[in-house]
Design a protein around this ligand. Sequence first.
Ligand SMILES: [Zn+2]
Length: 309
Amino acid sequence: MAVPQTQRDFVGYGENPPSFSWPNGARVAISLVINVEEGAERSIARGDSANDLGAHWIPARGSGTRNLTLESAFEYGARAGMWRLLRILRKHHVPATAFCCAAALELNPPGAAALVRDGHEIADHGYQWDTHTELDDDAEERLILSSRDAIHASTGRMPTSWYSRDGLKPGTRPVLARTGFSYESNSFNDDLPHWGSGPGNPQLPILPYAGDTNDSGLFRQFPTAAAFEKHLTAALEMLLDDTRCGPSVMSVGLHPRLIGRPAYAVALDRFITHARGRSAWFATRQEIVDAWVRITTPERTTAACPPPS
Ligand SMILES: [Zn+2]
């Protein structure tokens, strides 16, 4: 039976990923990602018909009324959690990439300024922390441009890349390529950046993100900081010990309202301490894409690993 052509790529680098090293000879590039979303979530306070339940532990009861306790769980991230997270990154001298909702930056100007002051990469996570799945391509383009411009106004930086809350539609990538984004992260399909696939692909590099090495599992699969730290360390050690030729990227998703709580912040602090003693390169996502682009072109990747004998 013929296989339907879906423009999806199930082969990728396969057994022969590119053979190169990250700067300083590192085998694993670590991308820490700060999700700046607080105040951009759906809420009655914002005029929405319901409150968002994303990544916190307080159940929303009833509808149509504000729940100040629920709102406060998000506020913690902006008021306290983000500052703790930034202090930990400063202590270790490691950079991060901030996936910023424009509205969250507008509501917390000191936080926006501190992200820039500390040298973290500014990326675009939408104007609000909203879903785009129901939008047509033109409406989504208008929203992407409005968030890009608002983030620029809040930070003085044009966002480098785009990460959608709930996934990319087929029409989104061409919009990103022609509106000045340099790569995107809406993928979970590889351990390295790649050029995407399918006819008409606009050759915008893709740096896959990670849903497992992500603090969104706190309160769920990671009931304690120790469980999260163990998970992160195991992922790094696997990437270091794997006999796969060539380097890898490890993305770590962080949310100030979660990892910024003192008990959970310990997990990040200890993981960074561990990783700094290993063959790891902490870098922004733009730095990782730039290092990878230097050894590749859309047509071919230089220096592929030899096939296994
Ligand atoms: Zn997010």
